[in-house]
Design a protein around this ligand. Structure first.
Ligand SMILES: [Zn+2]
Length: 999
């Protein structure tokens, strides 16, 4: 393949990273649902009836367990006095106290409505892969209790009901949904619940005059499902402590009572079982989704036919209340039986005598059953058989799809699956009347079967992970080769592709593709397989360039000790990258790194520090200040004092610069005509920018005070806030009229451009961070430059006019290369940039603080809740430091005389060392927060490379037109010339001349 230019390289980087980022979904988040299983039910005597003829399922959407049972202030109390707390759900309480069995149903993450209902009704935990298809769709049909019933009537939200209707045998599930009318309920969500109760009453009323319906209702194996969405809506709107939420609980309780009595009256046979539960809970701030206990604990109360009555606790035995969660529910003397959410599906299927849903992984909670030991043993067996059957089918599918399959050891014997033997053993125990033992064995076998399912689910991981790993490593090698080729050898190295190498790599590709083809893998797999082969082939054929590059880069290393030092440096390099990986979990790592980094100038000897005393000092101060931010809490509390201080700092920095501009930009401006003299016009604009900073500070103080006093945001403040935001971002365009192309001037302009925006969007210490960060970056750019000049001078003896190793050539395999050293030290510059880039994000927060974003700051601009525009503002605030740092690297890139984008390309190649780390850290189990965090870590690291590419273009915009003196003309092909010219100018610069502004 022809040599890729800069744009080609960037495009390849973007395409590769986008495709590979998707790989985690093909590896970790694959749907566990299979079909083709036989179903099982409890094998009763031929004439024995099921425990219940019908079942009523109430799901109070978003009802968390403690709110259902605690004594709470009466929301309807109008006296205004502090009255005794009351129980809001007296009827459901009475079922717990004297009629049925209760417990907490522990839901899994994500605690959302769809997965919650799927667990309750189908008995399966929907996989995270549903993330990629959206919760509302029903991508795969799975079996459910409804599908197993003779007929199911359901009422409620279309989001929930329709997926069970579509997944079932046609005509089996009736779904009565409110659809569009729901819009009218926005004022009072309890109407969603009353609508459902009314519809149920209508059904039974019409049965009195409709003989056909009446006969249908009197059959067995029926299910009635009442989906009560009201609590979810009031919870989101008013939070679970609100009167609205509590009042809704009362309403639901009353409805449950009415429906129970209605059904019992209608049938008059005491053959109905009732289940009351919730799909998920609700956090204190009115949200759900993650694994917080408030979200995962839901109430479960079961009563009626076939259900055991309350069991009273006895001294010295386990009561189920040990965790203390239910201590204030007034149920201390009643046994609490917790279940996992999917167990409810098994329980419902058992009660109405249905086959267990074939995808169900729940374990039947025997404590809830009013049944003989033998019935319980048979039920446990059928339950286990269902899960084993799923394992069997899945294993067969896997076997058929793979070239070679290794069975799951605990369920295999001599390489054969030995499920039947286990089952025979359990059946024998039941025949011998050893029911307790058989129940224990069933339970253990079920656990093993679940492990087996997990084994099959993760079977392909090794193969796929290996390919993806080779892909990322290939990218790193390829990118480094390209960098060396373009920026060390200046594209003079030839690629040598032989017949042998070509056929070798193509046969690997063909072999991989045929495996994918045989296993009927998705089209994406071909890309996953293609990239590693492509990258490594490219690296292989350009190995000559790599060798030459090594020769050149290592030219200063001659002795053994030199190699040791070089190895040590490489170790530190990788160490810093690994530290960065860990910093995603522990922000404090930045603190340590900054403290260590403060002494960095010392590495260049005391002579250097003496020569650049002020610069080294301000670097150390900057680092130490930066080290403080990652110790501050990520979740900030509004602090007006802090906002004021940081605003004033920004203002006075700008003011000082304005007053001493000529001095700061160097006395050269008076003697050297090459530097544009700052004009009156540009000073006026900067004055205006300073005015904006002050105005932003005043309006932010006023807005924050007003909001804190709960007086809302005055309209005037909002207008002024927006004006400042927009105007401050537009002002710099006026500089085009009065150009001042000194790079420090440009940095100052950028600093002042974003200052007002940052002040307005600041909650607490971020403003200080912005100030310190900008100053540290400017110091960094100057320090890197000073080091560059200093080391070049020392290497070439005392003659500063000699450029750093410019004329050096290397001869490899008879070919001579001329180069400008993109040296090993440039890799360090890239690493520093990479480190500072991430500190820009982690200094003021972490991943979690972004997802749980606090709206205080954006409320000063958008007081009403509007997720999209508020989110956009928060992202703007996050991106500002990145814009600043990209401008700095762009300037540094030029000042170090490196070809355009060379430093950015080095960063792009090393960033994937982090991506690989996060790739192996992705979790597909655990709380939704854990899973989500690992996915976002991986995606952030993966897109960081692309992001850096974007930053490069941004930096070009921001530093366009900056004059770097005469050497700037020497770019392009004649980099060598540029280096020549620079050494003279640079060494004439007085050390620390402009550091006044950083202190
Ligand atoms: Zn819900």
């Amino acid at each position: 393949m022809a040599r890729l230019g800069r744009v080609g390289f960037l495009t390849l980087a973007v395409v590769f990273h986008l495709i590979y980022a998707y790989s985690i979904f093909d590896i970790y988040f694959v749907s566990p649902i299979v079909s083709g299983m036989k179903s099982f039910r409890v094998e009763r005597e031929p004439d024995a009836a099921a425990p219940a003829k019908r079942l009523v399922l109430f799901v109070a959407d978003g009802l968390r367990a403690d709110k259902a049972f605690q004594a709470l202030p009466d929301p309807d109390d109008t006296t205004g006095e502090d009255t005794e707390p009351i129980y809001l759900a007296p009827y459901i309480r009475s079922r717990v106290l004297s009629h049925g069995t209760f417990g907490i149903s522990h839901t899994r993450v994500p605690t959302e409505s769809r997965p919650g209902h799927v667990a309750l009704i189908a008995g399966l935990y929907e996989d995270v892969s549903a993330v990629t298809t959206g919760w509302k769709l029903n991508p795969v049909n799975f079996d459910s209790v409804f599908n197993r019933s003779r007929h199911t009537w359901s009422w409620g939200s279309p989001d929930i009901l329709l997926m069970f209707q579509e997944g079932a045998v046609p005509g089996r599930v009736d779904a009565d949904t409110y659809g569009e009318e729901a819009e009218d309920f926005s004022s009072d969500a309890t109407l969603l619940d009353t609508w459902v109760f009314d519809k149920v009453k209508e059904l039974f009323t019409s049965a009195k005059t409709d003989p056909e319906l009446n006969a249908k209702l009197r059959e067995d194996k029926l299910v009635f499902f009442l989906h009560l969405l009201g609590l979810d809506t009031t919870g989101h709107g008013f939070r679970p402590y609100s009167k609205e939420y509590l009042r809704n609980i009362k309403l639901v309780d009353k409805g449950v009572q009415e429906i129970t009595q209605l059904v019992e009256e209608f049938y008059g046979d005491d053959e109905t079982a009732f289940v009351f539960t919730a799909d998920h809970g609700m956090s204190d701030w009115g949200s759900h989704g993650d694994g917080h206990p408030d979200n995962t604990r839901t109430p479960l109360v079961v009563w009626g036919s076939g259900v055991s009555g309350p069991r009273y606790t006895q001294e010295g035995t386990l009561t189920g209340h040990e965790d203390g969660v239910s201590s204030d529910w007034g149920f201390d003397n009643i046994q609490r039986n917790d279940v996992a959410q999917a167990d409810v599906a098994a329980l419902m299927a058992y009660l109405v005598g249905l086959d267990f849903p074939t995808n169900s992984v729940g374990e039947l909670p025997l404590e809830f059953l009013d049944a003989s030991p033998k019935d319980k043993a048979l039920a446990a067996l059928a339950n286990t058989q269902t899960v084993l059957e799923m394992y069997r089918v899945k294993e067969e599918q896997k076997k058929a799809a793979l070239l070679r399959y290794k069975p799951f050891a605990p369920l295999a014997d001599h390489g054969q699956t030995s499920v039947d033997e286990h089952l025979q053993e359990i059946k024998a125990k039941i025949a011998d009347g050893l029911y307790d033992e058989s129940i224990e064995m069933s339970s253990a076998l079920l656990a093993t079967a679940l492990e087996g399912l997990r084994y099959l689910q993760t079977y392909d991981w090794l193969f796929l992970r290996t390919i993806v790993t080779l892909g990322y490593l290939g990218w790193i090698a390829y990118a480094l080769t390209t960098v060396i080729d373009l920026h060390v050898l200046h594209g003079t190295a030839d690629s040598n592709r032989t017949v042998f190498s070509t056929s070798f790599f193509s046969s690997i590709l063909v072999a991989l593709f045929s495996v994918f083809f045989f296993q009927r893998s998705s089209g994406r797999y071909y890309f996953y397989g293609f990239f590693p082969v492509f990258f490594w082939e490219e690296v292989f054929v350009r190995r000559k360039a790599l060798l030459a590059g090594r020769e050149i880069l290592m030219s200063h290393v001659h002795s053994a000790s030199g190699y040791v030092a070089f190895g040590f440096q490489s170790l530190i390099f990788v160490g810093v990258l690994e530290a960065l990986v860990q910093s995603y979990f522990h922000r404090e790592i930045f603190t340590v790194c900054f403290i260590l980094g403060a002494s960095w100038p010392l590495f260049y000897g005391v002579g250097f520090v003496k020569k650049h005393a002020l610069l080294s000092l301000s670097w150390a101060v900057g680092c130490l200040l930066m080290s403080g931010f990652t110790l501050l809490p990520a979740n900030k509390v509004e602090d007006i004092g802090m906002i004021t201080w940081s605003g004033l700092l920004m203002f006075f920095t700008g003011l000082l610069y304005l007053l001493f501009e000529d001095y700061v930009l160097g006395q050269k401006s008076s003697t050297q005509s090459s530097f544009a003299i700052s004009s009156r016009g540009s000073r006026t604009i900067m004055g205006a920018q300073l005015g904006m900073v002050l105005l932003a500070l005043i309006v932010t103080r006023s807005s924050a005070t007003s909001i804190q006093a709960k007086q809302g945001l005055p309209f005037g403040n909002q207008v002024v806030g927006w004006f400042v935001l927009v105007a401050s971002l537009l002002l710099p365009f006026l500089y085009r009229l009065y150009s001042n192309s000194h790079y420090l001037h440009r940095l100052m302009v950028l600093f002042l451009t974003f200052s007002p925006t940052f002040i307005i969007l600041t909650i607490s210490y971020e403003g200080l961070f912005y100030f310190v960060f900008c100053m540290t970056l400017a110091t960094w750019v100057r320090l890197e430059h000073a080091i560059y000049v200093y080391t070049a001078a020392t290497r070439n003896g005392s003659a500063p006019s000699k450029k750093p190793g410019t004329e050096a050539t290397a001869v490899v395999e008879g070919q001579a290369y001329r180069y400008r050293t993109l040296g090993v030290s440039d890799a360090r510059v890239a690493l520093f940039f990479f480190f500072l880039l991430q500190s820009a994000f982690f200094s003021t927060g972490n991943i979690a603080s972004v997802s749980s974003f606090s709206l205080e700051s954006v409320c000063r601009l958008i007081p009403i809740f509007s997720p999209f525009s508020q989110g956009a503002l928060l992202i703007l605030k996050l991106l500002i430091p990145f814009a600043i740092i990209s401008a700095n690297l762009g300037i540094l890139n030029r000042r170090l005389e490196v070809a355009p984008s060379a430093l950015f390309m080095v960063v792009m190649s090393i960033s994937d060392i982090m991506t690989l780390n996060f790739f192996y850290m992705v979790r597909d189990e655990g709380s939704w927060l854990d899973i989500g965090t690992t996915i976002s870590h991986f995606c952030i690291a993966s897109f960081l490379c692309t992001f850096v590419a974007g930053l490069e273009f941004l930096s070009e915009v921001m530093i366009g037109g900056v004059d770097f003196g005469p050497r700037a003309t020497a770019f392009g092909a004649a980099v060598v010339e540029a280096v020549n010219g620079s050494a003279e100018t640079d060494t004439s610069e007085k050390p620390g001349e402009t550091d006044s502004r950083t202190t």
